[in-house]
Ligand binder design. Structure first.
Ligand SMILES: Cc1cc2nc3c(=O)[nH]c(=O)nc-3n(C[C@H](O)[C@H](O)[C@H](O)COP(=O)(O)OP(=O)(O)OC[C@H]3O[C@@H](n4cnc5c(N)ncnc54)[C@H](O)[C@@H]3O)c2cc1C
Length: 421
């Protein structure tokens, strides 16, 4: 049986940062990813615009995630946005990365820290030991047993915490819709008669050939124009999904791809769109919401909006409250007031009543509105790095993450270029 200091589950923005920080701190680290590549939602779901690393003219998130993103922009000859002043719209400070290059660089950045990566595997069973954890992994040829002093759950869906018996926060079946990203080409937007196409879209809707969600976020204003202007991208909503388990995910993948096929069939019949093609289809549907852990503390929307600086803060987060409504009416958005920079406390990364396990990323202990902001990629990276630092220190010192002196965690993070509030 192989023994590790730290096992990280999930190789998205949070899990990569956790594994890089843990391995770079000297812990023997295994990163288990159920898919075939690192990057998580950024590349597997095609959401290749990580953010937000800057607020009010200064950088508030750095560390391993930022290094990777900045390296990708530099490698591709791209240009970072001008971060010196607040943008007109928040998303203008997101950093667009080349999907293919990003995937290649994720491998390089993670493996060079010494972290071991295992693709095509996921935890099936988790048992507590007096000094750590016994984990059964399901890999391609069967079950594999390993032991680890500490666990870090970066699955986005708190899969590892659930297997370890941890409590979860779940707001019921009305989750935020998913989005299936694609990229369409073969037409010139400036030559399209949008009014005519939108009228045809409404007729197709009445005939049941398309749904309003297929082409936009607001079902009260059905139109194909947003989809066409964005060339697909994240214009659709896939409603009524539960992305927590494989059955729910399967329904979601099928529904998402059906939506794109419906759009393809409809659009190809419209003037100017005869040669439309789908040149990129994300490997999977993007999931905005499933469950969060019930942690030692829950970050509320009030905490987030007021920019609460927690006494045990380990990193910053920055994004508007950005809740895609389950009823199809669009978006609930609350911008942060000038100067506000929310923080994430250690306690929100620790599941109640469990020792030697932390989370990073989307499943951070938070209420629904706060989570709609905390979940974004830069914040996930910062939380992942904080969780990786705690896990490495906890494994090294043989004590629970709660008992680590905050000064030790913060010093380790700062030594690895993270920004601690
Ligand atoms: C449509 C859409 C648009 C978005 N827009 C933006 C945006 O503009 N900017 C932004 O910054 N963020 C955006 N986000 C949010 C952001 O992409 C995610 O919330 C973020 O990637 C979360 O990071 P994570 O590491 O927690 O989880 P994920 O990115 O979901 O990564 C989780 C990883 O864990 C793996 N995994 C899952 N379960 C297991 C398991 N049981 N065992 C092993 N591996 C497992 C997955 O394969 C994946 O690689 C968007 C999300 C969506 C869906």
């Amino acid at each position: 049986m192989t023994q590790y200091d730290v096992l990280v589950a999930g190789g998205g923005p949070a899990g990569m940062s956790a594994a890089m920080q843990s391995a770079a701190a000297g812990a023997k680290t295994l990163l288990v990813e159920r898919g075939s590549m690192l990057g998580g939602t950024t590349n597997a779901a095609g959401v290749n615009f990580p953010g937000i690393f800057h607020a009010w003219g200064r950088q508030i998130i750095k560390g391993y995630g930022w290094k990777l993103v900045a390296d990708c922009v530099a490698h591709s000859g791209g240009k970072l946005p001008d971060f010196s002043t607040p943008p007109e719209r928040h998303w203008m400070h997101q950093v667009r990365v080349d999907r293919s290059l990003y995937t290649l660089l994720c491998d390089e950045h993670v493996t060079r820290t010494g972290a071991e990566v295992l693709f095509h595997a996921m935890p099936a069973k988790v048992e507590a030991l007096p000094e750590g954890w016994h984990v059964t992994l399901c890999d391609k040829i069967g079950l594999q047993e390993i032991q680890a002093c500490c666990l870090v759950d970066c699955t986005g869906d708190a899969n590892l915490v659930a297997l370890a018996g941890g409590a979860l926060l779940d707001d019921g079946p009305d989750k935020q819709p998913g989005t299936y990203v694609c990229k369409a080409s073969g037409y010139d937007v400036s030559k399209l008669d949008m009014e005519k196409i939108n009228a045809a879209f409404r007729e197709a809707l009445a005939r049941g050939e398309v749904t309003a969600h297929d082409a936009g976020w607001d079902v009260n204003a059905p139109a194909a124009s947003r989809w066409l202007r964005q060339h697909g991208e994240n214009a659709n909503h896939i409603p009524g999904i539960d992305g927590r388990d494989s059955r729910g995910r399967t329904q979601m993948e099928l529904a998402g791809r059906k939506a794109i096929l419906r759009m393809y069939r409809f659009l190809r019949q419209q003037p100017g769109l005869e040669n439309l093609k789908i040149e990129f289809l994300a490997p999977q549907c993007g999931v905005r919401e499933t469950v969060r852990i019930d942690g030692d503390i829950m970050i509320t929307a009030d905490d987030f909006i007021s920019g609460r600086v927690w006494p045990d803060a380990l990193c910053c987060s920055f994004y508007p409250i950005d809740l895609h409504t389950a009823d199809g009416s669009g978006l609930k958005k609350i911008d942060l007031e000038p100067g506000i920079v929310p923080t994430v406390p250690r306690r929100a990364l620790l599941p109640k009543n469990l020792k030697r396990i932390a989370v990073g990323g989307r499943c951070v202990s938070s209420d629904r509105d706060a989570n709609s902001a905390l979940r974004v990629q830069a914040s996930a990276m910062a939380m992942g790095q904080a969780a990786g630092a705690m896990a490495a220190l906890s494994a090294g010192q043989g004590i629970d993450m709660r008992d680590l002196p905050l000064t030790d965690i913060r010093a380790l993070l700062e030594a690895h270029d993270a920004i601690v509030p």
